[in-house]
Design a protein around this ligand. Sequence first.
Ligand SMILES: [Zn+2]
Length: 341
Amino acid sequence: MKTFYSPVHMQHDPELQFDEGHFLPAVEIPVRVEKVRVALETRHIGPILPPQAFDDSAILRVHDSGLVRFLGTAWNEWTARYGSHAPVATPSAVHYPPEIYLSEVESKLGTYSSSADAPIMSGTWPAAREAVNVALTAATAIRNGETSAFALTRPPGHHASAAVFGGFCYLNNAAIAAQWLIDAGIKPAILDVDYHAGNGTQSIFYERDDVFFCSLHADPNFAYPHVTGFADERGEGDGEGYNLNLPLPIGTDWARYEEALKFAVGAVKHMGPDVVIVSLGLDTYIEDPIAGFQLKSADYLKMGAKLAALGKPVLFLFEGGYCFDALGELATNVLEGFEGA
Ligand SMILES: [Zn+2]
């Protein structure tokens, strides 16, 4: 299986993140992807290839142009006001009416961010922008006939909606890849197995019938993003029936997870996609420091095999997962399980 990767992700290297009222050491940091890259090499999963460059058009098919423009200038706007030694520009998490307050960097942060846990620093935009190149290069490989590909992206994307970033996410790599495939005449579905509900991806396609979105995740009653990801959110308008959330209780182990994953795979197959994008979060792992499921390392081999039962080309796209020392093994287990099935 070909993996697509770029070292540009390392330019987004936050030290702190704001969480539950406190600044804590950041967990969405470069070591996540580097651990996976090393494991892919060690276990000979396949070649690791650089991305091609894509222009902004695919991004603007999904995201609000104001958000994209702001992400590109936010750091400069911030440092122009606060100086080059400014701390990380953390969003205010206060939502101003966008039509009134969009002149100052603070109000733009408030308008375009959903939570205070997605810091913006000098390397954030280059890294987020390059992640899109990685995702679209992997999508190109699938379009050209590969039966699987792995986009080893960060920062992740599934919490970013059309006009709002947050939850460690800036641009929604999975949604951009899905839209790009549609525009190439290919019908995608998205299966999100991250521990957290893929609220950004859900919102982008919620009223559409051209992308079936299915997410297995922790019950939002106790897990981020808290306000969405519930089972009764099934899409609206044309999108009615094209959104499937499978929230699971805290402490979910493989037996429980497998049941839900089997159901999800069946539901995705039923929709008849040409390609399945798997938002591959690995924070379902028992030792993940910010999550509460109990999947063990060997379960990810079984997860990969279950995903092979989709019977379609699969574009794996890296999302969350914060147990740094396990991420390489977990990711390679999924990919090996998939290929060996
Ligand atoms: Zn997550």
